[in-house]
Design a protein around this ligand. Structure first.
Ligand code: CTP
Length: 408
């Protein structure tokens, strides 16, 4: 996927700049052509010679190099590179450079190039925890995101300052994956496909103010919807109650209960090519929710029993109704995961099941990352390392793409 691709790597002045050398090496190994661009302050951390040697190209730092005989002295170079690049990644990206990009400044070669860039931009914010959590930085990151810039969230951990928290540059494979995913988006390999995604929890009313629910944040399903839309699919997202923005280009249907979700799925299932059922559907609901708020005095004794009825199994029903659709389910397991997931995949007649254990580090409810194992019809597990949910989403969609009949 990276063979022959033109990648711009922007390196800004942070201690993690030394890690970008590995990134260059991996891009080159994968067959990409890499042009490194540094801000002047990045050269305080790593010498340009390191990047020039690894990328086999001159590194560009200054807009107007001091010596006129240098090849970088052509002042329109930023425009040429903006057209040349298939993708640009800035890693590490300091708070300062992020702020400049957010306001459209062009006061050095790197920021000028960003303004001239035609292709997609990936930014990996990397800085100390207080600079990262600062309202100004968060606002600027939000501005970039709203413009379609792909943000690779920093990892939490021990920082160079000795403090601890989010701010570390993610490992090289995570950054490479982000670039690959952005390139998949430009390839639009799911164009013409209709993908139905469910996300979030369901809430089953006990009375008008209380409900039975679960801790699902909806982030995984929203990531699947977002990734599918970026790859050109027509996406319908059936969402339980979550506090997440609708990804660009996605048609969203909001529901509350499992029954409402079941109705929405059955309404859209016939026309879809694939269903990715990532919602955490409540398995049971109070049998007769009260019409008005249940008062404490009315409970009487020490015990209050809620009688429940089983909810429909949406995925199982889809498995029985399927004609041509690819079906993907999730299995949330804490014990004997593989065994349970394989059984679930076969029992619900799924093409693929995504197994995860919320107790594993980096896979908790609400987390930005996930650690999953994909199991297809050959029952062979494909364990994936911990990665951002958007990257997990792309891996799931890669499998879906293989399962879909060839495009007409
Ligand atoms: N699912 C569904 N309808 C339900 C319950 C679950 O469609 N009523 C879907 C989920 O969206 C998920 C898959 O089935 O993709 C597995 O859900 P899970 O709750 O793990 O499986 P269950 O069959 O409910 O088994 P258990 O809770 O006993 O593990």
């Amino acid at each position: 996927m990276l063979t022959g691709k033109h990648i711009l790597l922007g390196v800004t002045g942070g201690i993690a700049a030394y890690k970008s050398a590995l990134l260059v090496r991996e891009f080159v190994r994968a067959g990409a052509e890499v042009q490194v661009v540094m801000t002047p302050s990045a050269t305080q951390f790593v010498t340009p010679l390191t990047f020039a040697t690894l990328s086999r190209r001159d590194v560009i730092i200054e807009m107007f190099p001091p010596s006129p005989d240098q090849p970088t002295s052509q002042w329109t170079k930023h425009i040429d590179l903006g057209v040349w690049a298939d993708c640009m990644i800035i890693a590490p990206a300091t708070a300062n450079t992020i702020a400049k990009i957010a306001t459209g400044m062009a006061d050095n070669f790197l920021t000028s190039l960003v303004l001239a860039l035609r292709g997609p931009l990936v930014v990996a914010p990397t800085m100390d925890v207080d600079m990262y959590t600062n309202t100004a930085t968060q606002h600027n990151i939000g501005v970039l995101r709203s413009r379609g810039v792909h943000i690779v969230e920093p990892e939490a951990g021990e920082l160079a300052s000795g403090l601890s928290g989010p701010g570390r540059l993610p490992d090289t494979p995570v950054l490479i994956e982000a670039v690959k995913n952005v390139l998949k988006g430009t390839a639009k390999d799911l164009a013409g496909r209709r993908i139905l995604v469910t996300a979030g929890p369901t809430q089953e009313p006990i009375d008008p103010v209380r409900y039975l629910g679960n801790r699902s944040s909806g982030k995984m399903g929203f990531a699947v919807a977002s990734a599918a839309a970026s790859r050109g699919a027509a996406v319908t997202l059936i969402a339980g109650p979550v506090a997440l923005a609708t990804p660009p280009g996605v048609q969203r249907v909001d529901v509350h209960t499992a029954r409402e979700m079941a109705d929405a799925v059955s309404g859209h299932f016939g026309a879809c090519d694939a269903l990715v059922m990532s919602a955490a559907v409540a398995d049971f609901a109070p049998a007769s929710p009260a019409d008005s708020k249940i008062k404490r005095e009315a409970l009487g004794t020490e015990r209050f029993v809620i009688e429940c009825v089983k909810n429909p199994d949406i995925l199982r029903t889809a498995g029985e109704m399927r004609t041509h659709q690819v079906l993907v389910g999730f299995a949330l397991e804490t014990d004997n995961g593989l065994e349970h997931a394989r059984k679930k995949r076969a029992g619900k007649k799924l093409d693929l099941i995504v197994l995860n254990d919320p107790r594993v580090d980096g896979a908790a409810f609400g987390s930005e990352t996930n650690v999953v194992t994909l199991i297809g019809s050959d029952d062979k597990p494909e364990p994936l390392p911990r990665m951002p949910k958007l990257d997990v989403a792309h891996r799931i969609l890669d499998r879906v793409l293989q399962l879909l009949p060839a495009a007409r």
